[in-house]
Design a protein around this ligand. Sequence first.
Ligand code: MN
Length: 397
Amino acid sequence: MRFSAVSPYNASSKAVLPERIVIYDSTLRDGEQMPGIHFTPEQKIAIATKLDEIGVPQIEAGFPAVSDQEKRSVKAIVDLGLDAEILCLSRTLPADIDAAADCNVDMVLLFIGTSDLHMRYKLKMAREEVVRRAVTSLEYAHARGLKASLSTEDSTRSDLEFLLEVYKACENAGASRVGITDTLGCAGPEAVSYLVRKVREKTKTPISAHLHNDFGLAVVNSVAALTGGAQAIATTVGGIGERSGNLPLEQFVMALKHLYRRDLGIRTEGFMELTKMVFEYAKLPIPANQPWVGANAFSHESGIHVAAVLNCPMTYECVDPEQVGNRRRLVLGKHSGTALVKSRLDERGVIATQDQICDIVRAIKKAGEDHGRVSDDEFWKLVEGVMAKTTKNPDCS
Ligand code: MN
């Protein structure tokens, strides 16, 4: 009999994804914009190298106009000569574009706000001026020898007709990509898909999507963007970034690979190491329940689950932990049962009677209710205690 690791109903999904899907990872730019985070140039180089190693095709290395150090970091990453293309962010200002050109990046990602809210309270610009700035900045980037994309900030709260006018103007100016952004993470999947489809009807230029996770919908919105026809999707490692963060790289890649049967060629076994590195540099703990890379992603304590997992891991894991560089943890505690105790004793060649095993399980449950997780050391002390008690009067001859 064949068993299905993920739901067989995924196969009946009507989702049609574009032929070419490109990840442009923004851990080093939007990820670093997370309040309180600063990556040193050495750390940025290490992260970029690791992203390249696992096969991420495009890396948004930073925002050179922010500081001299930032500019040097972007330049240093370009100079590594990685397989990945190196991108950087830029306002629609000549000085920003000059900074990008000095770094010799493969593409500059221009952005300008297009929602009435942003134009009024942030840019203090009229619509006509925004279109003009988008076009002149693209022209300037091209004149400086750069490939350039233009993203409209706060796209999901922008007037659709105006948005389409901006994209059309960008296409005419030779933009390599036009970008939809859900800057506030405030659109649902249907809205994202609708917006991308509308843009696609209007232009032939490849579309990128930069999605935030404020409502926890970044992953589903990324799939919606793809089904709408977007080709390039922004991610960050572990979803770090402004506010509630961005689309998590590993969740996006795994969802496409396992639920939509689309392998992006990313070496997923490197996810754990990459996430550990980024979170360590960011001085953040990896949440225990973080999909794929959290300590609990492949942990089991319930006796019923553990007994099944010991027989066949697929009963409670649809992906092998090794696939993402994580590992299985069978945890002892209040919910433990006899199967794990038996298997632990077997590993060390300890022979116990059924009564002794039951006593050990009782002791573990009590300790678990007392203080939660039971460590390995504590487990062996409990075992010793039970065995000592029941072998007090051995047969003497
Ligand atoms: Mn962002």
